[in-house]
Design a protein around this ligand. Structure first.
Ligand code: ADP
Ligand code: UDP
Length: 237
């Protein structure tokens, strides 16, 4: 399957049409942004790592019963996926306080919750991805009650799978962001990516940050951190 016209260029990936109207090719870039595009840079080799890691987890999730957009890895940076209409929600699952949760509610980072929390933001860069309640989601017509229920259940299933996997790798899954989409027949499936760009991953022993926070917070060693989690992931296949 080959790329046809470019449908979209986002901050981290490009999306291409293919000869099959139901399939897209996503192509992972090394470009990195943070703070709603205010901070820009590149992370050398990130596209290759995020493509392979995302596909690795999408395959495992399919086996665990979570339907995903993954079809086939075409090259280091390119993957064939099912075309979906993205539900404009950023679904964030948190196991431990960090990032915007810690800031918004004035708590320290690193507090483990008794149960994972699921929160929704409106995927809308112009508005700065504002937080949404489930009532807001329905009021705005972004998804129905049933769809939100399914998205929530799938997100918690992803958390169970990923948390268990990363634990075996000596990595703590702190939080992550998912996107879901609808196929032509209306089925909701997991789309977009699962990578150190979209997950907080802390070394279980030292607490060292092994994810995009190294870029966001100018901690240095960004490429090394991505390479480290990739190495640990491959060692536990
Ligand atoms: P952003 O749009 O936030 O800058 P990216 O650079 O990652 O993000 O761009 C990829 C875009 O493709 C995102 O808008 C994402 O919602 C969308 N997308 C991801 N998977 C699919 C899919 N299977 N079908 C259609 N669109 C998708
Ligand atoms: N996240 C993401 N894209 C976004 C916002 C958040 O992938 O646009 C991920 C982020 O990497 C982290 C989790 O979602 O793993 C929770 O992010 P948070 O809400 O704490 O926001 P941030 O601190 O990144 O502003």
């Amino acid at each position: 399957m080959e790329k046809r016209e470019q449908i979209y260029e986002g901050k981290a990936k490009k999306v291409y049409a293919t000869a099959d109207p139901e399939l897209y090719i996503v192509s992972y870039k090394d470009d990195a942004t943070a703070f709603n595009g205010l901070k820009k840079g590149t992370i050398a080799g990130k596209g290759v790592i995020n493509n392979r890691m995302s596909n690795f987890f999408m395959r495992r999730l399919e086996k665990a019963g979570v339907p995903t957009h993954f079809v086939e890895e075409l090259s280091e940076r390119d993957t064939l996926v099912k075309k979906v209409k993205i539900v404009p929600l950023e679904v964030i699952v948190r196991n431990i306080s960090a990032g915007s949760f810690a800031k918004r509610y004035g708590v320290e980072e690193g507090i483990r919750f008794d149960e994972p929390t699921v929160e929704f933001s409106y995927k809308n860069d112009a508005l700065g991805d504002p937080l949404l309640t489930e009532d807001h989601i329905r009021a705005l017509g972004l998804a129905t009650r049933e769809e939100v229920g399914r998205i929530r259940a799938m997100s918690l299933a992803v958390d169970r799978e990923l948390s268990a996997f990363w634990q075996e790798c000596g990595v703590t899954l702190v939080d992550f962001k998912l996107e879901f989409g609808k196929t032509a027949d209306g089925t909701i499936i997991l789309a977009d990516e699962i990578s150190p760009d979209t997950c907080r991953l802390w070394d279980s022993e030292t607490g060292e940050k092994l994810d995009k926070d190294r870029f966001r917070r100018d901690l240095g060693g960004v490429e090394a951190a991505y390479a480290e989690v990739m190495k640990r992931m491959l060692a536990h296949d």
